[in-house]
Design a protein around this ligand. Structure first.
Ligand SMILES: [Fe+2]
Length: 429
């Protein structure tokens, strides 16, 4: 059945990555990937309204104009002051304005301000190591910071991470979400780093290395580095017509993502006053050994109770509630448990305009995951599940992994099993 209100855009998704330019989930030299990479093949997900829409932070975070990690405390931090600047674009070279860029990093001595970082290097009372910025009208961002130090980690004997800065970027849609890491030119540690080297394509890896840049360098003040981030382009644009840019390679959020991402934790997607059927969801994220994943973060994206997304590409003639944005971010606790509350979304058009059952789109990030995992949460006792075009793509025997269970009392339980028995269905988005 075709929804007459389905926007044209629902027929036009985002391009898939070129072969070899994104990491595989399983990369044995990176030990944390071994028990967290899905064992089952991902289910290809045609992009519908769920994937071509996504959260915007412009109205809520309009005050974020500058990102200077060197003036967050009484004194400047120790270390070599640098400026990192670049553009966020799509593969056609189109600027992505007003998109949220989050950064986090170790201090100059190679230590994160995080309770789990036990590296025997000094903390700097004048450096927190996190910031955020919205890109300008040309998609440009600029971060003033100090050059992070290399640090040892337990992956293998004498393992050291090359100096890097973590970046998180949203872009215009759920489909364009990217978390990556920026490296520095001529770093001898790059050649031995299993995270940097998890991507087969050497050119794609090379694009994770920033360029020293005189134009960004400030006389007498700071060296400048240029780092552009390229997000997927629309598949309606022929590749030949574009500038031939290639989407930036994903890199893991690592174990210390909370430094950069916790400021936006949002476990109630529908604050008081938002009408709708309130639901409470909790569950655990489990690895291939059945152990809770204590360092994961989930991002949630959903339509409002009428079935409309808070996004300009959703042009359905359904009510919009300005108080409901449809975005949530929750992290797991020491046992891998997460919890959030929201209102149940209404049905929205999916691929080729077919109506989808109520669902929440979910991105999973964690140490050991080289790129996000995409899955969906559907609701129990929902007749529309039987005809949902995306649920129908999942192997029948595993479909139940996408449907939450109702607990006595009415709250929902939904677990995410990364690998092994009962493995959750994950989508190639
Ligand atoms: Fe890191």
């Amino acid at each position: 059945m075709t929804d007459p209100h389905a926007p044209q855009a629902s027929g036009s998704g985002y391009r898939r990555p070129r072969p070899g330019t994104q990491p595989e989930y399983l990369h044995p030299p990176y030990k944390s990937s071994v028990k967290r990479a899905p064992a089952q093949p991902l289910v290809p997900l045609p992009h519908g309204l769920t994937e071509v829409t996504g959260p915007s932070f412009e109205s809520e975070l309009a005050d974020i104009q500058a990102c200077d990690l060197t003036c967050q405390h009484a004194q400047p931090p120790l270390g070599e002051r640098i400026v990192v600047a670049g553009r966020v674009m799509d593969e056609d070279g189109k600027a992505l304005p007003r998109t949220l860029v989050e950064v986090w990093q170790a201090n100059a001595a190679g230590r994160y301000r995080h309770p789990l970082d036990q590296h025997d290097a000094p903390l700097d009372p004048n450096f927190s190591g996190a910031g955020r910025i919205l890109t300008d009208d040309d998609g440009r961002y600029r971060v003033v910071t100090i050059r992070p130090g290399a640090y040892p980690w337990g992956n293998h004997d004498n393992a050291w991470r090359p100096a890097h800065i973590h970046f998180s970027v949203f872009g215009p849609a759920f489909a364009t979400r990217l978390v990556t890491q920026m490296y520095f030119p001529s770093d001898p540690l790059l050649a031995a780093d299993p995270i940097f080297n998890c991507t087969a394509d050497e050119t794609a890896r090379g694009r994770l290395v920033s360029e020293f840049d005189w134009d960004t360098t400030l006389p007498g003040h700071a060296l400048g580095y240029r780092f552009d981030m390229i997000l997927s382009g629309r598949d309606a644009t022929p590749m030949e017509a574009g500038r031939g840019l290639v989407a930036t390679t994903s890199q893991t959020v690592g174990p210390f993502y909370s430094i950069g991402l916790d400021w936006l934790l949002r476990d109630d997607l529908a604050p008081g006053g938002v009408p709708g059927e309130r639901v409470s969801v909790s569950g655990r994220i489990l690895d291939g050994d059945g152990q809770g994943v204590p360092d994961a973060v989930l991002e949630l994206w959903q339509a409002n109770p009428d079935g409309r997304y808070a996004h300009p590409e959703d042009t359905q003639t359904k009510p919009v509630d300005p108080a409901f944005r449809g975005y949530g971010r929750v992290s797991t606790d020491a046992n891998g448990r997460f919890q959030f509350t929201t209102v149940k979304p209404g049905p929205v058009p999916g691929p080729r305009g077919r109506i989808q059952a109520p669902h929440i789109a979910v991105s999973v990030f964690a140490r050991g995951l080289m790129k996000r995992l995409v899955t969906r949460l559907y609701f129990p006792d929902e007749p529309a599940n039987a005809t949902d075009p995306v649920l129908g793509l999942a192997p029948a025997a595993r479909r139940s992994s996408l449907v939450a269970a109702k607990r006595p009392g009415g709250s929902l339980e939904w677990n995410v099993i990364l690998q092994g028995a009962g493995e959750t269905v994950f989508f190639d988005c």
